[in-house]
Ligand binder design. Structure first.
Ligand code: SF4
Ligand code: FES
Length: 369
């Protein structure tokens, strides 16, 4: 599975400290079955995981969730990550973080904060998040982050309800003092698949939002870094999902499972090892799950003989499974996939009857029960 090549160490670790979250986004990327609080790793185990990660070669840890600050030990964990030499990025909903908690995190050595915004207009953003007043609380946190001199990234998830406001989102991020904005269209697996018809942008929206990204890169040059990903349903070639399976990063779930990507558990025939039973190094190098789609040996045609196979690694395994029933298939985002036309058809069907207003859109919200 690994082409006989040496396995490089991962650069990043996404630590899903908890699945608990105050928001209910309809495109939530957490798995269908959320880990209960009672199954979460304890503080000592997380500390061991971070020490092992640093020894393995990980440079950057993303403290994520759910809402990672829902854990009472978030400051202790952050300080430990700093002590073992990891760069720490807090990925937060922005709820219940502003004030003393952020000050304590900054004192503990937090390096970077990433806040997800559901839009640039408060009532629309609150509607998507499923929580009245959430947007205002995010604004409060963003102001404190930049006031402390911490670098801020705005995370903007794009869908039909806000795809016409990409330029405004960039302006919004600039006004907040963010150094970077990540513009990412919804990925349609897991919970987001339930809301595909409500979230799918039209082809025209995809075109105009891509043009808005290009224009914003010119208009805001030197003010903010813009990272943007083309939505798969309108792409010609897939993105190298997670930089290639088992190649650059790994995720640890609240209960300690180690995954090559956040949606990997949707692949039913894989068994994922747990940090309670094995070291991170053993899991990274030797587990069947990480070796399953590592490198290129596992690929079938058309990927196997394609000159982009070392560029995009055949795209996303989870999307291939969701669309074709085979996780080893070519990602249908690729024009060369026999399922590509089906993917476009699904997108077109989803937007056949578009809602008049984003605030009228009925979502199946994600609730942590
Ligand atoms: Fe990528 Fe496979 Fe498509 Fe080639 S055939 S571009 S390797 S997904
Ligand atoms: Fe799992 Fe893309 S989300 S490989």
């Amino acid at each position: 599975m690994t082409d006989g090549a040496a396995i490089d160490p991962p650069l990043g670790l996404l630590a899903e400290l908890t699945h608990r979250c105050p928001l209910s986004c309809p495109y939530c990327s957490n798995p269908e079955n959320l880990d209960r609080r009672s199954s979460e790793l304890d503080t000592l185990t997380w500390k061991r995981v971070f020490a092992e990660a640093a020894a393995l070669g990980v440079m950057q840890v993303h403290l994520s969730g759910g809402e990672p600050t829902a854990r009472p030990d978030i400051v202790e964990i952050t300080a430990h990550c700093r002590d073992v030499g990891l760069y720490t990025n807090l990925i937060t909903s922005g709820i219940n973080v502003a004030g003393a908690k952020l000050n304590a995190l900054a004192d503990a050595g937090l390096d970077h904060v990433q806040i997800s915004f559901q839009g640039d207009i408060s009532d629309q953003a609150d509607h998507v998040s499923g929580m009245q007043g959430s947007h205002a609380r995010k604004l409060e946190l963003a102001a404190q982050v930049t006031g402390l001199g911490l670098p801020l990234t705005v995370n903007a998830v794009i869908h039909r309800g806000n795809a016409d406001r990409v330029r405004e989102m960039v302006q919004f991020a600039v006004d907040l003092g963010a150094r970077r904005i990540e513009i990412a269209h919804v990925q349609y697996y897991g919970w987001a698949l339930r809301n595909r018809d409500a979230l799918m942008p039209t082809a025209e929206q995809v075109r105009t939002s891509a043009a808005a990204v290009d224009q914003s890169r010119t208009d805001f040059a030197g003010q903010i870094v813009i990272d943007a990903v083309v939505p798969d349903y309108y792409a010609r070639r897939p993105k190298p999902c997670v930089g290639g399976w088992g190649r650059r990063s790994l995720n640890v779930t609240p209960a300690g499972k180690v995954l090559p990507c956040h949606a990997a558990e949707t692949i039913p025939h894989l068994t994922f090892p747990n940090v309670r039973d094995q070291s991170l190094s053993d899991i990274w190098h030797d587990s069947d799950a990480f070796n399953a789609y590592r490198g290129t040996d596992w690929m079938a045609e058309p990927c196997q003989s394609c000159d982009r196979r070392d560029v995009d690694f055949g795209g996303c395994r989870c999307q291939a499974l969701a669309m074709t029933g085979d996780a080893a298939a070519t990602d249908p985002a690729c024009q060369l996939s026999p399922f590509h036309a089906r993917m476009i058809e699904l997108a077109e069907t989803a937007v056949a009857e578009v809602e008049a207003s984003p605030l009228d859109t009925r979502y199946d919200y994600r609730r942590f029960l």
